[in-house]
Write a protein that binds this ligand. Sequence first.
Ligand SMILES: Nc1nc2c(c(=O)[nH]1)N[C@H]1C(S)=C(S)[C@@H](COP(=O)(O)O)O[C@H]1N2
Ligand SMILES: [Mo]
Length: 452
Amino acid sequence: MSFEAQFLLAAASEAESAVQARQATLSHVGAEAFSSQAHAELEPTCWKHTELRDNITAAEVQLAKRCHGAHIETLSQDITQVGSHYQLIHYDVQYLDMQMHRLQVVGHVEKELSLSMQELRARPASTQAVLMACAGTGRMAQKKRFWLHVPWGPDSFGCAMWTGCSLADVLKEAGVKDGATQVVFTGADKGVEGGKVQYFQRSLSLDDALLGHVMLVYEMNGQDLTPAHGAPLRLIVPGWYGMASVKWLTSMEVVTGKWWGHQMEAYSFRRTATDPEMVPLTRLPVRALMAPPGYPEFFSRARIVAPGGHRVVGRAWAGAVDIERVEFSSDAGKTWSTAQLAQKNGAFGWAQWEFDWQVSAEGTYVLSCRAFDVKGRSQDEPSDELFNWTGMGDTQPQLVYVKVDKSIESEGGIIDLTAEQRAARTELNDGQYGAALDQSLVEALYRSPGSQ
Ligand SMILES: Nc1nc2c(c(=O)[nH]1)N[C@H]1C(S)=C(S)[C@@H](COP(=O)(O)O)O[C@H]1N2
Ligand SMILES: [Mo]
C-alpha cells in the first residue's frame, strides 16, 4: 500500500482514538472531575502555581521568547511560514551535519539499520499539511497558573507542509520481532529535567508506530528543516500534541515491556505532582482560533476596528476528526452565531472559517470563537476552576479585546489606550485614566497572552 493510502487509513482509526483521549482527559481533570479548589486541598504547600496575572517571572519571559508562539495573524493563512510557526525547545537547538547524520534502528528487530539522510530521502515520500500544537497550549488561560514552564497563550500552533517517509515502512524493513511493545525515539539534545540528566526521549506503542501516518520528516514547507525545527530529521506524529514529534532524531529502539521515560510523565494530565492516575497527553482535542480583526495597539495588543462590517477569518482543527461547526461571539461568549466553514486542508490539517461581523456602535467588545467536531467533542467552557498540575491541554475559547472607534480610519487619528495599558498592572487599574477596566475586560486582554 502506498504511504498516502496508509496515511488516510490511519486517520480514520486515529479519529476514534481522539475521542477516547478526550474522554479520558475530561474524566480525570475536566471541569466536572477536578477543580483548582480541590488541588489547593490536596497540595496546600504547592509553590509552583499562582493566581496572579502580573507576576510573570523573568525566567518565564525568557522561556516564552526562546519557545515562541505563532503570530496570531497567521491564522488568516492556510500554511504557517517557518518563522511564524511556534517552537518548543527543552534544551539547546542542535546543529547536526546532514552529510554525516545517521538514524539508528536498533533493539528487538531482525536486522538493525543505520540509515543516512540520502537513504531516507530516497524512500517513497509524502507531503502532508499537519496541524501541530504544544501540549501546554492555552496554559495561561487557567486562572491558577503553573509558572515553572513556557507561559503559552493559545498561540502554540502551526500548520506546515511536512515532507518525509513512512516510519511504519522503515520498521517493517528492520523486521520487528515478536514480543516487541514500543518504539523509543531519542533526540540528540541533552539536558536536565525533573532533576535527571537525559536526552529528549519519547515512545510510541508499536501499534501506533505501525499505523502508517507517522512520518520521518526532513522538509518543512518545501525547504530543508531548520535547526530549531529538528534538522536534519524529526518525527511528525500527525494529530498528536507536539511533544510526540521528536526533533534531531538519532535513534529508534524497538523494546519489549513497558517503557516510561521522563517526557511521558511530564506530558500527562495530573491532579497533583505525583498523581498515580495520570493520563498521558496524546491526540489533539477540538479548537478554533481567529485572526484578530482590525489593527493592534503595539503594547496592550488591544485591537481597534472602525464601525461597520468586518470579515473575521480563523482556522479550526480536531486532529484526525472533521470539524462539525464553528461559532463566533462578539459579547464574550454570552451569545453565539454559526460561522461559515470550509474543508480541512489535509487529513490532519485545519479548516478555514469566516464570519461577517457587523458592528455599528463604538465601544469595547470581546470576540470569541469555539469549534465542535463531528464526533461530538467540544471545547472547555471558560472556568476559573479548570486545573491540571502542569496546565496542559487547555481549550477554553480565545478572547479578543476589540475597541470600535472610527478614528482608526484616519492616519494621525487619536486613540487613547492608557487605561488598557495600565490595566496590565493590578494596582494601576484605578480609573485614573478613563474608567478602570472591568475585571472581565482585564481578563480578555491579559489572561491569555497570544490571543491578540
Ligand atoms: N528532541 C526534541 N524534540 C522535541 C522537543 C525537544 O525539546 N527536543 N520538543 C517537543 C515539543 S514539546 C514540541 S511542542 C514540538 C515542537 O516542535 P516545533 O518546535 O518544530 O514547533 O517538538 C517536540 N520535539
Ligand atoms: Mo510541546
